[in-house]
Design a protein around this ligand. Structure first.
Ligand code: GDP
Length: 611
């Protein structure tokens, strides 16, 4: 096989062979698969005009380009495809199955509440929770588990509605981004005393992009200055025309505070669902659904709130949720009641998993525990790889060699009390703008206390361990103290961000600013044997200091930069500095192009304190 040499490192040619790579793979990943040196691939790409470091995530086109060059057929596999293939190897599929017509029945709509901050999403969700006709009778106390179901009456029929109780379009979009379509209907909250705001539009765009029907809740109508008509008017510009104006969108005036209009809102949700969606699910197939929230409970271990999308989830089922697996030990509803089974659209807490899955992970029930574990293991490995690739920020490519050799990275391990906060923290941290030549890398994240194995991992690299609402466990503390691992605890996200930002700034190369010291005007030029030209000058401002940096200015233009005051004399004597108003002789080293009336400007570079 031909092995052309590039930069002295051989590059195995593929002769058209196929290599499959997950989306967002790095050159190191590719190198591993085709048995090449990562540096050789970096160089090859460099010759193709792309500067990429070995560990940086590379986009699809660039991979294709490189593939063509080295004669490998590179196939980029999306995470969804990869997972589909993984499931196929176990003869499983995620998604609707046809099944027997008789096995399908109507299911309740699943609703996400979205809208601008402070328009009342949280308050509205709280208020809706208390409208439950069934809970009223049972007198149940509801807990926040990430979703809840109420039962309301429409035309004399009791009908359930499921609300996702993690308000905001962030979670909606995050789930959708991960391929989990959870929401049937979006309730768009707009405060009647405020109006359409940026996040209102954003929420609307997200809902429309997902092709999810919208019901508008015009909230805070109890407030003075509330103008529900204005909201209707404003939203027409975004294609949401109220029914009463001949459009198709139901607008309901509500007050989360006085609870006015809540039943109308529920009715509107059901009517919209009935009119535009055919919400049915197979209750007999193997249960599947989506994780809404995951957390580590002190007493019960990993607990996940899942939304059953099809099939009927039962106690004792073998379940795999993202990279977590286990057997359903108990099913609990939002009132803390134990359930024997959960039907489609039912949010339910699952106890019995071995680790905490992430919001947006899908879950499946499988025949055997072993299958669940194998799928989870394979996913874990994949997630780890993907996260490592993705968590790397760009390194400055101004100097390719330096970027490769001298990696200036701050490595982090994030542990927290639930998957949502860990993800939120990681996301916020990755957004910190530091400088191009510094990168922040999360090498491990997870739910639960800081363990000895976290510290072991931290020891391998320069790593800071962040505990969000969690602490290090006994042995871990000891080890961390002994080995000097930096473990920091937080309970407020912004505090963590501030500190990490400060730490990053501490790692930064110092930045310098120029401080002018003095200027001198050249009155006469002396030719001094063995030294060269010396400028007989008058100090015009400040002080001329020996050894300071200098530049020469002629007619307002810089003639030479990067000079230094190599010699400084007052009459016949050496001087260390000469002040304004005095005459002196200035020698600029080997630089001799000095003329009468030139100005010598001197300065020094001082380290700039970082903001
Ligand atoms: P979110 O950011 O959209 O979740 O908004 P919140 O639910 O936190 O509500 C923001 C503020 O508006 C809080 O002070 C609520 O008490 C208040 N609020 C929410 N709904 C109403 C309402 O219907 N009437 C009045 N007067 N205040 C409300």
């Amino acid at each position: 096989m031909a092995a052309p040499s590039m930069g002295g490192v051989s590059l195995p040619r593929g002769n058209g062979q196929t290599v499959r790579l997950p989306r967002g793979a790095s050159l190191t990943d590719l190198a591993e698969r085709i048995g090449a040196q990562p540096a050789a691939l970096v160089t090859a790409l460099f010759h193709l005009g792309e500067m990429v470091t070995a560990t940086q995530s590379v986009n699809d086109e660039t991979l294709q380009l490189l593939g063509a060059e080295i004669d490998w057929d590179i196939q980029v596999v999306s995470p969804e495809d990869e997972d589909r293939e993984l499931l196929e190897t176990f003869d499983l599929t995620f998604g609707d199955e046809e099944g027997d017509e008789d096995d399908w029945s109507a299911r309740p709509p699943v609703v996400t509440v979205m809208g601008h901050v402070d328009h009342g999403k949280t308050k509205l969700l709280d208020a809706l929770r208390h409208t439950n006709v069934v809970a009223k009778e049972a007198g149940g106390i509801t807990q926040h588990i990430g979703a809840y179901q109420i039962v309301t009456e429409l035309d004399g029929v009791e009908r359930p509605i499921t609300f996702i109780d993690t308000p905001g379009h962030e979670s909606f979009t995050a789930m959708r981004a991960r391929g989990a379509k959870v929401t049937d209907i979006v309730v768009l909250v707009v405060a009647a005393d405020d109006g359409v705001m940026p996040q209102t539009v954003e929420a609307l765009n997200h809902a429309q992009a997902a092709d999810v029907p919208i019901v508008v809740a015009v909230n805070k109508i109890d407030k003075e200055g509330a103008n529900p008509a204005k909201i209707r008017q404003q939203l027409t510009e975004y294609g949401l025309v109220a029914e009463e104006y001949g459009g198709e969108t139901m607008f309901v005036d509500v007050s989360a505070t006085t609870r006015q209009g809540l039943e109308d809102l529920e009715a509107a949700v059901l009517l919209t669902a009935d009119a535009s969606l055919d919400l049915r699910a197979n209750t007999e197939q193997d249960p599947q659904g989506v994780v809404i929230e995951g957390k580590l409970d002190k007493g019960r271990g990993p607990v996940a709130t899942v939304l059953v999308q099809r099939g009927t989830l039962r106690q004792g089922d073998s379940i795999v949720a993202g990279d977590a697996y286990g057997r359903v030990r108990s099913l609990l509803d939002e009132h803390g009641n134990k359930l024997k089974e959960a039907l489609p659209a039912r949010p339910v807490q699952v106890v019995g998993l071995t680790s905490v899955p992430r919001a947006g992970d899908t879950f499946l029930v499988v025949e055997e525990d072993r299958t669940a574990r194998q799928i989870a293991d394979r996913r874990q490995a994949r997630i780890r790889n993907a996260q490592n690739a993705q968590a790397r920020k760009r390194i400055s490519l101004e100097d390719l060699d330096a970027a490769l050799k001298e990696s200036r990275e701050l490595n982090l391990i994030i542990k927290g009390d639930n998957s949502g906060t860990v993800e939120a923290l990681e996301e916020a941290l990755m957004k910190i703008e530091v400088s191009d030549d510094l990168s922040l890398r999360v090498i491990h994240r997870g739910v639960g206390g800081i363990t000895k194995s976290d510290i072991d991992l931290a020891l391998a690299d320069d790593v800071i361990v962040l505990g969000f609402n969690v602490r290090a466990e006994g042995q871990a503390t000891e080890l961390a103290n002994r080995e000097g691992v930096d473990v920091r605890y937080y309970s407020v996200i912004y505090q963590a961000i501030e500190e990490i930002e400060a730490a990053l700034k501490g790692m930064l190369k110092p930045e310098f600013e120029e401080v002018q010291l003095g200027t001198a005007e050249v009155r006469e030029v002396f030719r001094v044997p063995r030294i060269g030209n010396v400028a007989g000058s008058l100090v015009r401002s400040g002080t001329i200091v020996r050894n300071s940096k200098a530049r020469l200015i002629r007619d307002g233009a810089v003639v030479a930069d990067n000079l230094s005051v190599d010699s400084l004399r007052r009459f016949k004597d050496d001087a260390t500095e000469v002040r304004e108003g005095y005459e002196c002789g200035i020698g600029l080293g080997s630089f001799n192009d000095i003329k009468v009336d030139d100005v010598i400007e001197t300065f020094e570079l001082r380290e700039k304190p970082r903001a």
